[in-house]
Design a protein around this ligand. Structure first.
Ligand code: GRF
Length: 203
């Protein structure tokens, strides 16, 4: 059983999808710790409803990243819980060396576009404004950049003529809740290896 730690700042729908896949026995993993930088985040409430250990950990003095002390606090909490894979699910802060160094190649993120298109905030809105006909979601390893690490999996979502940012985002999130558990499962089964920027899936 791969021991997973989840970091999130929002409502936690991806965390719930992964927790359900674990509980159903679809993937050989379990969530052992959920942490959030937002004390009232839905992800903490949802995690507690599922009987998971869930805590707010203060992010420190910056707005878009954790400060060094907070990075060490997050890494410490995850290590204490025996976490082997860190899953970012709507965590709205960039992680730097102190954290990533503690979990080399063991931090993954989901982003609501087909990277490398539309990194950063509100990617579904960026896609709509740009006029692309297909967008989607991407799971990737996390490096020190923004949404820039090696891509593990992607699912495409067609943009409809009548789409608003809200309707497009909703369909992308439906795809996310399929893609993220599938990728976590493949990692838990040891079926994914990394060669430079490319990841290789084995059956
Ligand atoms: C997802 O849309 C994900 O792509 C982005 O943040 C959102 C998190 O949603 N990184 P949730 O908290 O998992 O519901």
């Amino acid at each position: 059983m791969l021991r997973i730690g989840v970091l999130g700042s929002g409502k936690g729908s991806n965390m719930v999808a992964i927790a359900r896949a674990c509980a159903a026995g679809d993937i050989p993993a379990r969530i052992v710790q959920v942490l959030s930088d937002v004390p009232e985040a839905g992800i903490l409430e949802r995690a507690r409803e599922l009987g998971l250990s869930a805590d707010h950990v203060p992010p420190g003095k910056y707005r878009t990243k954790l400060d060094e002390e907070a990075e060490r606090a997050y890494a410490g909490r995850l290590r204490e819980a025996g976490v082997e894979l860190v899953v970012l699910a709507g965590f709205m802060r960039v992680l730097k060396r102190d954290f990533l160094g503690a979990f080399p190649q063991r931090v993954i993120n989901i982003h609501p576009s087909l990277l490398p298109s539309f990194p950063g905030l509100e990617a579904w809105k960026q896609a709509l404004d740009h006029g692309v006909k297909v967008t989607g979601c991407t799971v990737h390893f996390v490096d020190e950049g923004v949404d820039s690490g090696p891509i593990i999996g992607q699912e495409a979502v067609v943009v409809l003529p009548e789409d608003t940012p809200a309707t497009l985002h909703e369909r992308i999130q439906v795809a996310e809740r399929r893609l993220y558990p599938a990728v976590v499962g493949a990692l838990a089964e040891g079926r994914i290896s990394v060669a430079g920027r490319r990841t290789i899936w084995r059956r």
